[in-house]
Design a protein around this ligand. Structure first.
Ligand SMILES: NC(=O)CC[C@H](N)C(=O)O
Length: 309
């Protein structure tokens, strides 16, 4: 059994919304600071094409760290596991997503996983092309196919705002460059990475992408295979072990759904074999996850027994 009515979903949203007061919108990327912490929208996409939405499901959300799971799938398809995991590891860190601490502790240097910023920067570096625009277009083309929406693009305002303030990410890049994990111009990589993070879509699009992961890389609506099964599995495994940053353990215990969050307040969830879910709730907890989004997932998971464990 699962939630098939918008009224029912709206009741969960109303309950979860009460938790907005415990969170704050991301302030370190100035453009994200303009979001209304009380917003909460959700879409659930089922394999038969049924969609259930609540809240303002047409509002666009930038992907931020959610993009990391998609760039990972793209480079895995292009280069294979061996090449990709030479540059980035498979282990959770237990540290905040933008931490530099563990980078110095591994020898030879290798970011611990592709969901922390250091690992994601190494992954984005692997998207090749002659220019930032060509590389970004590769990613955008893939994302548009995954979401079945050719109009998806990025927010220039959010990309610019992050580009102007991303000093910590620049320092991660310089560290990675010093140790040979990346070998391109740091400003060019930051240009691409901030545009990647600023790719925006509605929670309906997010849910549709979640559905593709839930169905092991197959789009059940078109019958097209978007990525090989083993790559969808790798991505879902990272969602479970590292998808909610250093709150992934607690999230796995309380909710148990493969999911990836971003500091915009977006969450993409993939309930294996059942449905995709997209959430936008910009009030964040101290680890950078949507407080209302997590509450909503907790309510849904408990009510409909969604944990994979
Ligand atoms: N956790 C996130 O969503 C981080 C993404 C953000 N663009 C950053 O690199 O800091």
């Amino acid at each position: 059994m699962m939630c098939k009515s918008a009224e029912e979903l709206q009741r969960f949203v109303d309950e979860a919304k009460d938790y907005a007061k415990f969170g704050k919108v991301a302030g370190y990327i100035p453009a994200l600071g303009k979001a209304d912490p009380n917003d909460l929208s959700v879409a659930i996409y089922y394999p038969d094409g049924t969609v259930v939405c609540a809240g303002d499901s047409k509002r666009k959300v930038t992907l931020q760290s959610i993009s990391k799971i998609i760039s990972l799938a793209l480079v895995l398809m292009e280069y294979g596991e061996k090449v990709v995991f030479q540059k980035v590891g498979m282990e959770p860190t237990g540290d905040p997503f933008n931490s530099i601490a563990k980078l110095e502790e591994t020898a030879p240097v290798k970011p611990l996983n592709p969901m922390i910023n250091a690992g994601a920067l190494a992954v984005t570096h692997m998207i090749d092309g002659h220019s930032t625009i060509e590389r970004l277009n590769k990613l955008l083309t893939f994302i548009r196919r995954l979401a079945g929406n050719p109009t998806i693009s990025y927010s220039k305002e959010v990309a610019q705002s992050e580009f102007e303030t991303a000093f910590l990410n620049r320092s991660l890049c310089y560290f990675l460059k010093q140790h040979g994990i990346i070998d391109e111009d740091v400003e060019e990589l930051m240009d691409l990475y901030t545009k990647q993070c600023a790719i925006e879509m509605t929670c309906l699009d997010l849910a549709r992408i979640g559905l593709v992961f839930a169905m092991d890389g197959l789009d059940p609506l078109t019958g097209d295979r978007m990525m090989p099964l083993h790559i969808a599995r790798i991505c879902k495994t990272f969602m479970v072990t590292c998808g909610m940053y250093n709150a992934s353990g607690e999230f796995a215990i309380k909710i148990g759904i493969p999911a990836k969050s971003g500091v915009s307040g977006g969450i993409l969830g993939a309930v294996p074999g059942r449905f995709g879910i997209g959430i936008f709730g910009p009030a964040l907890d101290e680890k950078g996850n949507s407080v209302t989004g997590i509450k909503l997932l907790e309510l849904l998971s408990k009510t409909y027994s969604l944990s994979i464990f």
